[in-house]
Design a protein around this ligand. Structure first.
Ligand code: 5AD
Ligand code: SF4
Length: 445
């Protein structure tokens, strides 16, 4: 039902899970000021695009969307177009100057100012706020969930990043690291469970460095994880992203203690070469990373492990590349997200290291790591044949009305016959087959 008296907000989100979570905060702030979300862009009074700067092609995609918004604005000149998020923070007033259709530019720490900024625009001016904050965590704002399934929600537990990996733009566009009050996190999770949600994913750029200090109280990530797991055993808990230099055994033991903390760790390696890792300022060696993987495999034998890999970092040699391939094979990743290095302004690498690996070499190396990962992912699924998993049902299979899909604790997608099960149920499924992306199962008896 739409309310004709309300202003219509259309919001589009690019980039990471944190951006998805931020868009939910933005909608909450604007709904409180009388806006209503529309999914019809042509019917919008305000169009917001929440943007990502991590690689150049992430920004290219947004420029393409701005061209589309230009056409909409031609037909309806009163439409307000706003760029928010990481690209807004990086390009600031340049977005207002270069792209004449943009009326509003707002960085990730300035969303509370959106209602004021929109009022400024209504009085005929352009508006910008790209101030970064040392404190803002939006702790008191109840996000308006934009997902469709109402089963799984993101909960942001910290913002910003202090790591300064030499290739990464995040500290420049999201500011320094700050953790959110644990009580506000637990309240948000309790509220989600009361509304019928069955899974939360705790989000931070480096969750292992979560720390809350107040008076004598200190809460570290493993303690926060336990507090959230205790909300209800029927609520699954996931988290992302872990940093190999900080991931502690305490976190692994907490995961082992609670059945509802899912057995999946996303532990970005970036490279298998210690020489490259040092130039990336990752603050760990290959051996250290292998030690962390050994700890996971010992403490959580059923744990799925995923990673991010970057290829063609400045100075990366064939031998370095081979080290990456051998690390991938040694770990036996279940999933990997793989990227070509993209030089980002302001970063240490852009200022001090020449982007000297030719694009053709980056592409060839990327193809090789993708091919290898395809084999590893297939093997990881084949190893599941005959196993039984508890699956949280998320929806009806796209390919068949008679099948449901959901994920197991390891975050793998499982498809199985519907029977009388429904979205939100936990079902034990025995795996009988697999495709390249999916496990296929029958109800376990
Ligand atoms: N170029 C390519 N990939 C990058 N990532 C971060 N910065 C860059 C960059 N400049 C990748 C890393 C990170 C993931 C979120 O994106 O692998 O873990
Ligand atoms: Fe997320 Fe980084 Fe992209 Fe910002 S730049 S949206 S933090 S991935």
């Amino acid at each position: 039902m739409t309310d004709s008296t309300k202003l219509k907000l259309y919001i589009e989100t690019y980039g990471c899970q944190m951006n998805v979570s931020d868009s939910e905060i933005v909608v909450s702030i604007l709904e409180n000021k009388g806006y209503e979300v529309t999914e019809d862009i042509n019917n919008a009074d305000t169009i917001l695009v929440n943007t990502c700067s991590i690689r150049e092609n992430a920004e290219q995609r947004v420029w393409g969307r701005l061209d589309v918004f230009k056409q909409i604005k031609k037909k309806k000149p009163e439409t307000i177009v706003g760029v928010i998020g990481c690209m807004a923070e990086r390009l600031k007033e340049k977005l207002l100057e270069e792209e004449k259709i943009v009326d509003l530019v707002v960085g990730p720490d300035a969303y509370r100012d959106l209602p004021n900024l929109l009022e400024t625009i209504e009085s005929g001016h352009k508006a910008i706020n790209v101030l970064l904050s040392k404190e803002e965590t939006y702790a008191d704002i109840s996000p308006v969930r934009l997902d469709k399934n109402r089963i799984s929600a993101f909960v942001s537990i910290m913002r910003g990043c202090n790591n300064m990996c030499s290739y990464c733009i995040v500290p420049y566009v999201r500011g320094g690291e700050r953790s959110r009050d644990p009580q506000s996190i637990v309240r948000e999770v309790e509220d989600l469970f009361a509304k019928g949600y069955k899974e939360v994913t705790l989000l931070g750029q480096n969750v292992d460095s979560y720390i809350w200090n107040k008076g004598n109280e200190t809460v570290k990530f493993n303690q926060l994880l336990e507090m959230v797991a205790k909300v209800n055993p029927q609520l699954r808990v996931r988290f992302s992203t872990s940093h190999p230099k900080d991931m502690s055994d305490d976190v692994l033991y907490t995961m082992a203690m609670y059945n509802n903390i899912c057995n999946h760790i996303h532990l970005p390696a970036q490279s298998g070469s210690t020489r490259v890792l040092e130039k990336m300022n990752r603050k760990y060696t290959r051996e250290w990373y292998e030690g962390r993987i050994n700890a996971i495999k010992k403490i959580l034998p059923d744990c799925a492990i995923s990673t991010d890999i970057m290829t063609g970092f400045p100075g990366e040699t064939d031998d370095d590349h081979k080290d990456t391939l051998s690390l991938m094979e040694w770990v036996n990743y279940d999933i990997a997200y793989m990227f070509k290095y993209s030089e980002r302004p302001k970063t240490y690498a852009s200022r001090h290291l020449k982007d000297d690996v030719p694009n053709s070499v980056k592409s060839a190396r990327l193809t090789e790591i993708i091919d290898l990962q395809n084999k590893l992912s297939e093997k990881s699924k084949k190893d599941d044949l005959g196993k039984t998993f508890e699956v949280l049902v998320e929806g009806v299979s796209k390919k068949s009305k008679d099948h449901l899909f959901g994920r197991n604790s390891q975050n793998k997608v499982v498809v199985f016959p519907k029977h009388n099960y429904k979205v939100g149920d936990y079902v034990f499924v025995e795996i009988v087959d697999c495709t390249s992306a999916t496990l296929i199962g029958d109800i376990a008896v």
